[in-house]
Design a protein around this ligand. Sequence first.
Ligand SMILES: NCc1[nH]cc(CCC(=O)O)c1CC(=O)O
Length: 312
Amino acid sequence: MSPRTVRIGTRSSPMAVAQAEAVARALRHLHPEDRTELVRVTTSGDRWTGSLAALGGKGAFTRELDAMQVEGDFEVGVHCLKDVPGDVDLPEGLMIAAYLEREDARDVVISLSGRGLDDLTPGTIVGTSSVRRRAQLARHWPALKTAPIRGNANSRLSKLDGGGQFDALILARAGLARIGLPHRETALADPERMIPAIGAGIIVVTTRTTDAATRELVERLDHEPTRQAATAERALLRGLGGNCHSPIAGWAVHGELLSLRGAVYSPDGAVFLEATASGKPEEAADIGAAVATELLAAGAADVIAGAAEEAG
Ligand SMILES: NCc1[nH]cc(CCC(=O)O)c1CC(=O)O
């Protein structure tokens, strides 16, 4: 193949740019004679300071980038799987060509007092806008309070450091590492109680379905165990008919088998449904569907509908 320039589209936040740069490095490693170029896009989601629900959900971050990629503004898209809406994976014309090896899926606490969730003083205000994190905090750490916080991870940390509004934050460990601030972690949030988000810690790389040359290049970055875990988790999300406002958690882990644990919460944490299933990694989609079926049998649809109503 003759040398070419591969354009990589990315949101302009520090975390997104770091992810895109990692993909650029990996592609140049595969094809040292190719050039890579970052196309930075500030989406309406990045500019918006209100609630995500009011904006139309997490999809706001990816929709505009997807449209540009379909139009041919760049060949390669880079997304956090966590931010890719659950109902439709991607718009017509785009496909996930690679799932990069999963980083740590767990959440961490960053606190001014240096204490983890179990040791924070009752009444401590934890900044988070995630319905999943809020519900899990309410369920397992009821003495703590939560307050909404928006903005990218860097600006959330600045707000924490500014004092006055929050005493602690919950962020994804993978994201904190990506922005070069892993040392800001105070403590891990116990994943048995703070079950990670579906797709957490997984970066997906997209191409146009018709762009075989780019797809073949990008496919070489695919990590099969990660693709299997993602398939199980996303099948759970789809099976539940959940969306970004739903307090849903799900984490698939490889052992002898692929095991998936899924949970659905009411926003106040009062209702809490949990189910697990495991099977051969090649049957990832069935594992996700089985967990969804069990949760639905326990009444998950009503819990999810109730949460949607509350989110307005
Ligand atoms: N919701 C925003 C978002 N999307 C992906 C990550 C972090 C990286 C990941 O989990 O893949 C974050 C930040 C966070 O939740 O703290």
